[in-house]
Design a protein around this ligand. Structure first.
Ligand SMILES: [Ca+2]
Length: 312
């Protein structure tokens, strides 16, 4: 039986690749996508989510707009990384598949209440605003979540948006705090993992070489996306963050990490959104998350390329 997931997302080129990987994989049933403000404002992220579904030939997918700003703070965006549209690189179109009328948070709550307990996984790929809001509004759904597999945070890599914080957690630390304290089974793909998943030139060329619409779109997106990161890190390719979450659902053996305590800094201006992971077990705080630390990057890109090759 396919694993049921809700993709919570702020596309974002790397979000787009994560969505494509999920839609290409028969082991996964995507119940719906909930857009959130993050990389770019909500009007763009919900539009981009629909563009990506249409690209995959899945105009039947349901896309919902969720929260347009963090729970307690003004929105911070990242057009300097993703471009003005959030999906800069390929030619974009105005999607024709509809945006669902229901609010994304209500969809998350209703779905978790309607499906049998322990059968729905959440894969948040952006700021945790939609999930935090759903948990705050409907605490009864927390125990019904099978697992949350999210991209966010860092320990050894510390931060990318500030010296102390990764972007997703930085944008809405109060929402992240709710999620990390919730007690729901949590698996985290931090920068420690994603900074090892680099889109090198041969890996980029492999997407283009698929010869498909999806392959070309992916190569054009990632070519734009990684310019910023190569300039910033001086590495041989930009990190591909979000698809690690979906890859984990398909091939958990590609990843390794530790089950540790992770808490979110919400008070300090200097270290806002820092994920304080007790990697070395130096406190007696109870473990609440499987915090990944390593990835088989070649295995990850082989999986990604093979699966994206199944799409039109
Ligand atoms: Ca994202």
């Amino acid at each position: 039986m396919a694993r049921k997931i809700i993709i919570d997302t702020d596309p974002g080129q790397d979000d787009a690749v994560a969505i494509l990987l999920a839609l290409a994989s028969p082991e996964i049933e995507v119940l719906g996508l909930t857009a959130v403000a993050g990389n770019v404002p909500l009007a763009r992220t919900q539009t981009n989510a629909r563009i990506v579904c249409e690209l995959a030939g899945r105009a039947d997918m349901r896309v919902f707009a969720g929260c347009d700003a963090p729970m307690q703070r003004p929105l911070v965006t990242a057009e300097h990384v993703h471009g003005k549209t959030g999906l800069d690189g390929p030619d974009l179109w105005e999607p024709t598949m509809p945006l669902q009328p229901q609010h994304g948070v209500d969809f998350i709550i209703d779905t978790l209440r309607a499906e049998p307990p322990g059968t729905v996984t959440l894969t948040p790929l952006g700021p945790l605003t939609n999930i935090g809001t759903a948990f705050a509004r409907a605490p009864d759904i927390v125990d019904r979540v099978q697992e949350i597999v999210l991209m966010g945070g860092a320990y050894f890599e510390v931060g990318n948006y500030t010296p102390a914080a990764e972007f997703n957690i930085y944008v809405d630390p109060e929402a992240a705090d709710i999620v990390f304290r919730s007690g729901a089974p949590l698996t985290v793909m931090p920068l420690d993992v994603t900074h090892k998943a680099l889109v090198t030139r041969p890996r980029l060329d492999a997407f283009a070489a698929l010869g498909t619409r999806t392959g070309r779109f992916t190569a054009e997106m990632l070519d734009f996306f990684e310019r910023f990161d190569i300039a910033k890190y001086g590495s041989k390719g930009g990190p591909l963050h979000d698809p690690t979450t979906i890859a984990y659902l398909l091939r958990p053996d590609l990843f390794s990490g530790r089950h540790v305590n992770v808490e979110i800094e919400t008070g300090s201006d200097l270290t806002r959104g820092m994920t304080v992971a007790d990697w070395w077990g130096v406190t007696d705080r109870a473990p609440n998350a499987t915090f990944m630390g390593d990835i088989d990057a070649d295995g990850f890109f082989a999986l990604l390329t093979e699966r994206l090759g199944r799409l039109p």
